[in-house]
Design a protein around this ligand. Sequence first.
Ligand SMILES: O=P(O)(O)OC[C@H]1O[C@H](OP(=O)(O)OP(=O)(O)O)[C@H](O)[C@@H]1O
Ligand code: HPA
Length: 181
Amino acid sequence: MTRHDAQAMLDRAERIATETEVQAALDRLAAEIGRELAGAFPLVLAVMGGAVVFAGQLLPRLRFPLEFDYLHVTRYRGKTQGGEMEWRVLPGQNVAGRTVLVLDDILDEGETLAAIRDKLVQMGAARVTSAVLTDKANGLAKPIRADFVGLEVPDRYVFGCGMDAYGLWRNLPAIYALKDA
Ligand SMILES: O=P(O)(O)OC[C@H]1O[C@H](OP(=O)(O)OP(=O)(O)O)[C@H](O)[C@@H]1O
Ligand code: HPA
């Protein structure tokens, strides 16, 4: 896709959450997470690459001791339909015995987060919790619920705030839905 195509995609998209709404959701999420996990010295794991913006904006709002690390798993790979799960970076061995907080940008069909939870449990995590910036209201019986949810998004392909559309626009501070999705 060219720079022109990328701009045209954004111009045709519908904004579904403003930057102000995203920032308010982050404030609320941080407060909720603090109430639940402040005393747990959690290991916070960002799911690369979609969680990069969410993690970067949430972490400075968490005012308690924690450790940070990341894992990388993908199943969309620049497409708008999920496929086979590909682990690129496994969680480190430091998860054993820990309370873990997984951060991801979106809970869609739930396959990715469920696989991460199963992996962390298998690796000996004492407790696995999760926070997602967005939860897609797609009516599916998802295999996992997130403990902390920033914003509900409609059943459309969304992008911005770390989420990509065809590999693009993770850098937007607001959330958009593709016109034709
Ligand atoms: O609930 P699901 O239907 O499993 O989808 C959610 C996952 O899909 C996206 O990752 P993607 O595979 O696009 O990789 P990315 O993080 O590099 O964008 C997103 O970051 C979540 O991890
Ligand atoms: O709607 C979406 N947008 C971006 N990434 C995603 N990964 C799963 N669903 C989505």
